[in-house]
Design a protein around this ligand. Structure first.
Ligand SMILES: [Zn+2]
Length: 380
């Protein structure tokens, strides 16, 4: 009988809706929660287990024995019905996690759904009110220590501010929400709830590294910033579909990693630098957590003279697996230690320069100006 039920589960999990993880969308779930009635992937099954069995009772579809009652719950509910219930009022600004997203986004989505039931009870969505304040750990600009700072997000002011001390009236920094991006970067910060804020200030990108000791807090900040941005876009682009607007709230970096880089002269030495590709902006830093990049390269459109090529021009020294990036006014030579790294970097850079410029891209280019030794690499 146990075998018959396992086979029935195998049929159920192939059905449309059940064939992808109810939480992150990963194909071919191997686990189920029999009280909630959803089919989930291995990693989301771990987060379900963290909720405790009073909220979710998890079993393997392959290894465990299922009794008749448990099986009938899975038959009766399934991913589509469960979604209709637990995600009934999911706000447009909320970022649903995908399987490749950081754990904190996946786990907090699952907690929001079943533990806090935020998408059933709208009043629990504290991140959609247009205001948030609280403490976050922020990495110092001059030293690398993280210190607690008070952050205040205000939709009415259109700003995110932070204060050195609670008693201070003047904020240390005031960041315009329209210029702010936030992305999760647990590895770089060295904390599972680590994130990076970026904005352009006086012509160059400023990086601020933060984390919270509480996963739900950092995710709430993220969703609050997205909510404020969405409301601003609603006003700026009335009549535009909200789902379309929701794609422009925050950006993940297209790629990051270490590469050798040298200048345009054959005598220039290669230097080991951290690269971050943020949309059309390629930044390089000495340390991944530097507050400002050493340089920022705007990547234009290929028809305007931008190109990526394998290898280096004749007479130039190649470092590891080399490739060349040509901008309008100079060339950059890069080197990585593995061939697959080169393939990946070239592919992603090519995909950027194959994309025609949008009006927003031109604004980004115009906002980046020569500063503090930053090399100006675009002409627009
Ligand atoms: Zn999953």
């Amino acid at each position: 009988m146990a075998e018959t039920r396992r086979r029935r589960l195998q049929e159920l999990v192939k059905k449309s809706g059940n064939n992808t993880c109810a939480e992150c969308g990963k194909k071919n779930p191997e686990w189920g929660s029999f009280n909630i009635g959803v089919f989930i992937c291995t990693s989301c099954a771990g987060f379900h287990r963290n909720l405790g069995s009073h909220i979710s009772k998890v079993k393997s579809l392959i290894l465990d024995n299922w009794d008749a009652e448990q099986l009938s719950k899975m038959e009766e509910i399934g991913n589509i019905k469960a979604k209709a219930k637990y995600e009934m009022f999911i706000p447009v600004c909320y970022r649903r996690p995908s399987s490749s997203d950081p754990d904190v986004l996946k786990e907090q989505f699952i907690r929001a759904k079943y533990e806090r039931e935020e998408f059933i009870h709208v009043d629990r969505q504290t991140y959609t009110t247009g205001f948030m304040d609280g403490y976050l750990w922020k990495r110092g600009k001059e030293d690398s220590r993280f210190q607690q700072r008070k952050f205040v997000l205000s939709e009415a002011d259109g700003t995110l501010k932070y204060f050195i001390k609670e008693s201070h009236k003047e904020p240390k920094a005031t960041i315009e929400i329209s210029k702010l991006n936030m992305t999760f970067c647990p590895k770089k910060v060295g904390n599972p709830n680590g994130a990076q804020l970026t904005y352009v200030r006086e012509g160059s990108t400023r990086n601020i590294f933060i984390y919270s000791s509480c996963g739900s807090a950092i995710v709430n900040w993220y969703m609050a910033i997205r909510s404020v941005k969405l409301n601003k876009l609603r006003v700026a682009y009335p009549g535009t579909c909200e789902l379309e607007l929701s794609q422009f709230l925050t950006r993940d970096f297209l790629k990051e990693g270490w590469m050798f880089k040298t200048g345009p002269r054959s005598t220039d030495a290669y230097k080991w630098r951290w690269f971050t590709l943020d949309d059309r902006k390629l930044m390089y830093l000495e340390d991944p957590q530097d507050p400002y990049p050493k340089g920022e390269v705007f990547l234009g459109y290929h028809a305007d003279g931008f190109a990526v090529k394998k290898g280096v021009p004749p007479g130039m020294k190649e470092q590891g697996y080399g490739f060349t990036l040509r901008t309008r006014d100079r060339i950059f030579l890069f080197g990585v230690q593995k061939e697959e790294d080169r393939t990946e970097w070239m592919k992603v850079l090519q995909s950027v320069i194959d994309r025609p410029l949008t009006p927003q891209d031109n604004t980004m280019a115009a906002n980046l100006v020569r500063k503090r030794g930053t090399i100006l690499n675009f002409i627009y």
